[in-house]
Design a protein around this ligand. Structure first.
Ligand code: ADP
Length: 360
């Protein structure tokens, strides 16, 4: 009964702000409880059709503690990798039609970002993530198109850690710092100075991903420690040529596994950890600023405030299509992180209720 009142009240507000929505799609995915976990009580109390969800504050009673959100889609913890991918497949296909596409996974560490984008450790074919499925599809569909049209697909994979860019596919294991170049191409593509790798068959995709993941683990004692504090970006460049007419097109697909969004208590960390936290904070808030500036069609879009937004400039602006997976950890103990994740998601989707709109 609570739900219907909460939903009805919020639905009215949602409808009012609906027209503010930009080009970004926001898909919310709730991680299941993990095997062996005792706690089974979820802060997500309701998942509706049409992308609605209600989160309940564990320390408040009744309606007071309920907050409703609405996104383009909400996946229950039971959603499979194949289901999730089938919803975004049209977006992947549009890369071959010349659109720049950017897909993000946002959320606190442990909320399933890497699961969605890459899959679990030792993935089987069934639970491979978006990155593999997208690259395979691009490759497969490009092979099927007309015989006078040919595509070249190349892949780069980088990591941004403390505002420094590292090539994850380089055979040179040195931690060379890379810059970002605005290529003098018609669409002003922005690319890192990282190595480019052609993809000619499905197995190339698997090989490249493996190398990238292995390199991501290097230079750190614990993979999870480091990877949760860096952004990883797989950039797929597509170049199509029509042999008959001589015309050509270029587009790119960026697949981004963002650093964990959890806030770090400033009073508890110092030195390297504090520096990392500040870099993450800055780049995630820059990303939020850029996306909301685009959603509100502001004249000025602050791309230059972080390496991440600089790099993704051409994949976010213009006719680009952007999708964000907002990942939630359902545990009661994560309530406040879950709320801050959902508020970020509202801000980027241009639908913001309750909280004051940022004046930036
Ligand atoms: P993050 O990248 O946000 O830190 P992970 O992707 O590493 O989080 O997920 C944390 C744990 O939860 C991993 O063990 C992962 O395999 C598991 N997990 C996440 N999402 C799912 C899911 N949808 N189904 C099954 N297990 C999941």
């Amino acid at each position: 009964a609570h739900y219907s009142t909460v939903l009805a009240e919020n639905r009215k507000l949602h409808n009012e702000v609906q027209e503010l929505k930009g080009n970004i799609r926001v898909y919310c995915r709730i991680r299941p409880f993990l095997r062996g976990q005792k706690e089974k009580q979820s802060v997500v109390e309701y998942i509706g059709e049409n992308g609605e969800l209600i989160v309940v504050n564990p320390s408040k009673q009744g309606k007071e503690g309920h907050r409703s959100f609405k996104f383009n889609k909400v996946y229950s913890p039971a959603a499979t990798q194949a289901e999730v991918y089938s919803d975004i497949q049209p977006l992947i296909q549009s890369v071959l039609d010349g659109y720049n596409v950017c897909i993000f996974a946002y959320g606190q560490t442990g909320s399933g970002k890497t699961y969605t984008m890459t899959g679990p450790d030792k993935a089987t074919e069934e639970n491979l993530g978006v990155n593999y499925r997208a690259l395979n599809d691009l490759f497969r569909i490009s092979q099927m198109r007309g015989s006078t049209f040919t595509y070249e697909i190349t892949v780069q994979m980088i990591e941004i850690y403390n505002e420094q860019v590292r090539d994850l596919l380089s055979s040179d294991s040195s931690q060379k710092k890379l810059g970002i170049v605005s290529a003098s191409q018609p669409n002003g593509l922005v690319v890192p100075e990282a190595s480019m790798h052609p993809v000619n068959r499905t197995s190339d995709v698997l090989d490249l991903m493996d190398i990238g993941l292995r390199n991501r683990a290097k230079g750190s004692t614990a993979l999870n420690e480091r990877s949760s504090r860096s952004h990883s970006v797989v950039t797929v460049h597509v170049r199509g040529m029509d042999i008959k007419s001589g015309s050509s097109m270029r587009s790119s697909l960026n697949l981004v596994d963002l650093a964990g969004s959890e806030r770090v208590d400033r009073s508890e960390v110092t030195g390297d950890r504090l520096k990392e936290a500040q870099h993450i904070n800055k780049s995630l808030s820059s990303l939020g600023d850029v996306i909301s500036a685009l959603a509100q069609k502001n004249a000025h879009v602050p791309y230059r405030n972080s390496k991440l937004t600089q790099l993704l400039q051409t994949s976010l602006g213009g006719q680009a299509k952007t999708l964000m997976f907002v990942q939630l950890n359902p545990e009661v103990g994560s309530y406040s992180e879950t709320m801050s994740t959902l508020k970020f998601a509202e801000r980027v989707s241009g639908v913001e209720l309750g909280a004051a709109r940022s004046s930036k």
